[in-house]
Ligand binder design. Structure first.
Ligand SMILES: Nc1ncnc2c1ncn2[C@@H]1O[C@H](COP(=O)(O)OP(=O)(O)O)[C@@H](O)[C@H]1O
Ligand SMILES: [Mg+2]
Length: 263
């Protein structure tokens, strides 16, 4: 089944900036997809249009093969935009994480369980009773992610979910995303970071700065095409560069894959 199908999306901001110019997207249920592009490419705009946070000027969107609009699918489709503060508006982090489940009439005992589990996984235990505005940027991002995950959506769209997050908590977030993917959750992650992409996506939508998708393909294919990436102001992952310089034919994308080739 298709989770999100969008055709010919066009979106211009009120000042006239054309952020999306005829974008087609089709994402199957259970897929892991990255929206990759340089700053200003339109990743955040696309993520929000796909998630129903913004309505396109023109184009069509369909979710789960039905005609239901995105705002009727709040329990199935969750968007985490770039600014974590948008999700943190309660007196404490705990209340923010509980907020989504409460909106969906999840019984409080079940909601408590979700909060405890997510706090444990994302290292938020010591922060639950703090006011969110006292948190650091990376802490806020983890708290916002916990609030998004607490509703247990089928489709999760995340805008740069690990930026500003330290290595330990980044690994924790990526482990949680792995588990969600293994459980069949559809994941859409936007990032300008080619190093992150192999960790979170099997397929890539590559955006250029003209508001267009210039390539859609398997992660390995897109991330090893240096000329294509450079046209978008991006570079392949360092491991790809290393194997290039060593004159090797293999095309690992991560240190783990590269180590396998050396062994
Ligand atoms: N609120 C806004 N008003 C005007 N222009 C905007 C606004 N938000 C984003 N833009 C512009 O739209 C383009 C796409 O932005 P964005 O989707 O945020 O890109 P990305 O997430 O890939 O960095 C950029 O040129 C950006 O400057
Ligand atoms: Mg962005």
């Amino acid at each position: 089944m298709t989770a999100i199908e969008a055709r010919d999306l066009r979106y211009a901001y009120p000042d006239g900036t054309l952020a999306l110019d005829g974008v087609d997207v089709s994402i199957d249920c259970g897929e892991r997809v990255a929206l990759l592009g340089p700053n200003g490419a339109g990743k955040s705009t696309l993520l929000q249009v796909l998630g129903g946070v913004l309505d396109p000027d023109s184009g069509e969107r369909r979710y789960f093969g039905t005609d239901a609009p995105a705002d009727e699918l709040r329990d199935r489709l969750t968007v985490l935009t770039q600014d974590p503060a948008e999700y943190l508006f309660n007196p404490t982090v705990r209340e923010d994480v509980e907020y989504g489940p409460a909106q969906l009439d999840i019984p409080p005992a079940e909601a408590d369980e979700r909060v405890a589990r997510l706090a444990d996984r994302l290292g938020l235990e010591a922060l639950l009773d703090k006011p969110p505005f006292r948190l650091s940027g990376g802490e806020q991002r983890r708290a916002a992610l916990a609030s998004a995950l607490a509703v247990e959506p089928d489709v999760l769209l995340l805008d740069e979910p690990v930026s500003n997050v330290d290595a330990t908590h980044r690994a924790a977030i990526l482990d949680v995303l792995d588990e969600l993917a293994a459980a069949g959750v559809t994941l859409v992650v936007s990032t300008p970071d080619t190093e992150l992409v192999p960790r979170v996506a099997d397929r890539v939508y590559l955006l250029d700065t003209e508001g267009s998708v210039i390539r859609v393909g398997p992660t390995r294919e897109v991330l090893t095409d240096r000329a294509l990436l450079e046209r978008c102001g991006l570079r392949p992952p360092q491991v790809v560069e290393l194997f290039d310089r060593l004159g090797r034919e293999e095309r690992p994308l991560t240190v783990t894959e590269a180590a396998d080739f050396f062994e």
